[in-house]
Design a protein around this ligand. Structure first.
Ligand code: IDP
Ligand code: MG
Length: 136
């Protein structure tokens, strides 16, 4: 049965800085994702704080928001069957040191804070996060 979903993916500043965007986009395409929407933006700290609001009580919140607003990012709506879970699998664990071989964070991530990609963690959050960046 088909279960087409869209999930929000972000290529984070550390990956853009190292010019990895085409490689990472090809990884998505080669794994069956269609890039349904895409834009390159540079968000403010305030926007990063809104986006990561679920983490506002975490000790790393301030650094995280400074980081996501530190340079350009590419935000994408990725579409395929089971896109949310499949993207999380393709990304790998939050900490690149713990990520499985072949995953994006293992291949491209530098550290837990510079882990190259974001992906929505549930279908509900995907809808909220897509709306955040692609308000119609
Ligand atoms: P996720 O990106 O795998 O969903 P989350 O727990 O939602 O991971 O955390 C959001 C982002 O916050 C991570 O991608 C990572 O960049 C950063 N982060 C998470 N945990 C830590 C930490 O312990 N120290 C520093 N940064 C962290
Ligand atoms: Mg998360």
């Amino acid at each position: 049965m088909s279960n087409i979903e869209q999930t929000l993916s972000i290529i984070k500043p550390d990956a853009i800085e190292r010019n990895l965007q085409d490689k990472i986009k090809n990884e998505f395409k080669n794994n069956g994702f269609e890039i349904a929407k895409e834009k390159k933006i540079h968000i403010s700290k305030q926007e990063a704080e809104q986006f990561y609001k679920v983490h506002e009580t975490k000790p790393f919140y301030n650094d995280l928001c400074n980081y996501l607003s530190s340079g350009p990012i590419i935000v994408m709506a990725l579409q395929k069957n089971n896109a949310v879970l499949d993207n999380r699998k393709l990304m790998g664990a939050t900490n690149p040191k713990e990520a499985e071989e072949g995953t994006l964070r293992k291949k491209y991530g530098i550290s837990i804070d510079k882990n190259s990609v974001h992906g929505s963690d549930s279908l509900d959050n995907a809808k909220i996060e897509l709306e955040f960046f692609f308000k119609s």
